[in-house]
Design a protein around this ligand. Structure first.
Ligand code: MLT
Ligand code: ZN
Length: 466
């Protein structure tokens, strides 16, 4: 069956680069989640928009599912191919197509890495401000498909804010040219925004026009030791009131433990249950003085007990490593990941309820808290206790996730802030989205992808549960 399907594909698209090599199937059949065994039919690397269109038409006619593949750094299983799907990788479509200095836009192919986009923007004296630790591997198509967030959302917003135009191939192979980088466009539904965050279920992004902006002034980074959970938001409010903040992140002593074992340097000797890292504009003496004043005010109020301000770019990078290295340092433990959010104003009460829930339900588990607390977004990674079988660990975490959803509901939050729903959070979608929402999403999916080619089984199933 597989052989005849592939023979038919080769016959239809003789120039398409394809592989069924075990190494490729293993590599391209998964993202950073490790729960599923990759079982793709094959990997295809189209080289042009027309090849993508032809491939999609063939898949729709042949009943073959497609899993779009970017850098596969996702954490929700959105790029997993474990059921005989054809993985469509954009590794061969990674060029910068155009820079427009008047519009201040960069038009790129989907397979370009975030890092390469940032570098290209800098070559023109501008920045593409969306940023996160996976920048060197993740691809812009995947960033857009998941509406990626990261460490500078507090200042610049999510990926959505930076997409001026998109070209997308729908499930019928049609090519949509969405918004054409217009600043103002009141001509009906903005389908561009429907595509952003659709997790590869509505279309394949084949070109993106990204907005760029001016670089910020020179910045500094501070890390504070925070003695109590209640003080985190006091520190945040003080920083935000006195400084121009471009990042405000937190992590716990457990996160510090793992990341320093993984090569990061302790910021200072004293221990603390919580730490925050903030980046702020420090181009003038007044801004630098303001940072010192913030530190002193927080010390006087007992909201922080220690701190350090970067004195060089190298030191700023070393401090960032404390936060950015956490995911990598936890990866060997194959953690169960939570990526939850509430409104910023709800953070203090939410933190309390979460602390209570986790202490009660996970008394013997290493729960590592960190994340974008300035956006109301927490990553709570639960580490597998030594020797606990996979199935038992997952079922235990799923039991607690159901309880967590109740806490989220109480605080009006979301089960996924920035990682997406994919496969991992699919069972909980209906706790944060109404039945009417999901029915509408299902309908939209059916219109854009009538044959159900794109990422079946991800986000939600195409037919409602009986
Ligand atoms: C991060 O912000 O570092 C990742 O999104 C979080 C994670 O690995 O859970
Ligand atoms: Zn994150």
């Amino acid at each position: 069956m597989n052989a005849s399907l592939l023979a038919a594909l080769k016959h239809r698209l003789p120039d398409l680069k394809l592989s069924t090599e075990p190494g490729d199937r293993e590599h391209f059949g998964r993202d950073w989640t490790r729960r599923w065994t990759p079982e793709p039919l094959a990997i295809a690397w189209p080289g042009s928009v027309e090849e993508v269109r032809a491939l999609v038409r063939w898949a729709a006619e042949s009943g073959v599912a497609i899993v779009p593949s970017g850098g596969r750094t996702g954490l929700s299983g959105g790029a997993v191919a474990a059921a005989g799907e054809l993985v469509v990788s954009f590794d061969r479509m990674k060029q910068v197509i155009a820079f427009n200095p008047v519009d201040r836009t960069l038009t790129v192919q989907p397979g370009i890495t975030l890092q390469a986009v940032q570098d290209a923007a800098r070559e023109h004296g501008l920045i593409y401000p969306v940023d996160f630790a996976a920048r060197g591997s993740c691809q812009i198509g995947g960033n857009i498909a998941t509406n990626a967030g990261g460490i500078r959302v507090i200042r610049y917003g999510n990926t959505r804010q930076w997409v001026a135009g998109l070209k997308v191939v729908t499930g019928t192979g049609e090519l949509l040219d969405l918004n054409r980088a217009l600043v103002k466009n009141a001509s009906g539904y903005d389908l561009r925004h429907l595509m952003i965050g659709s997790e590869g279920t509505l279309g394949l992004i084949v070109e993106a026009t990204l907005l760029l902006t001016d670089p910020p002034p020179d910045s500094n980074v501070m890390v504070f030791a925070v003695p109590a959970m209640d003080a985190l938001m006091q520190v945040f409010a003080t920083c935000r009131a006195q400084l121009t903040v471009s990042a405000f992140e937190f992590f716990t002593d457990r996160a510090l433990h793992h990341v320093t074992r993984h090569g990061a340097q302790r910021p200072f000797e004293s221990d603390s249950p919580f730490y925050v890292i903030t980046e702020f504009d420090a181009g003038s003496q007044a801004q630098q003085d303001a940072a010192l004043a913030v530190f002193e005010r927080c010390l006087e109020n007992g909201w922080v007990t220690d701190g350090v301000i970067s004195q060089s770019e190298a030191q700023a990078r070393a401090l960032w490593r404390l936060r950015e290295g956490i995911t990598e340092s936890l990866a060997p433990h194959r953690p169960y990941k939570n990526d939850i959010s509430v409104r910023i104003s709800a953070v203090p009460a939410f933190l309390h309820d979460m602390q209570e829930l986790l202490a009660r339900e996970y008394p013997h588990f290493d729960c590592v808290w960190f994340g974008h607390i300035g956006d109301g977004n927490l990553h709570i990674n639960v580490l597998r206790p030594e020797g606990m079988p996979d199935a038992q660990f997952i079922s235990e975490c799923e039991r607690v996730t159901k309880l967590l959803c109740e806490v989220l509901e109480k605080h009006g939050g979301s089960i996924s802030a920035e990682h997406g729903i994919g496969l991992v959070k699919k069972p909980y979608l209906d706790t944060v989205r109404s039945a009417a929402d999901i029915a509408l999403m299902r309908g939209i999916r059916g219109v854009l992808d009538p044959a159900g080619v794109f990422n079946p089984g991800k986000l939600f199933d195409s037919t409602p549960p009986a």
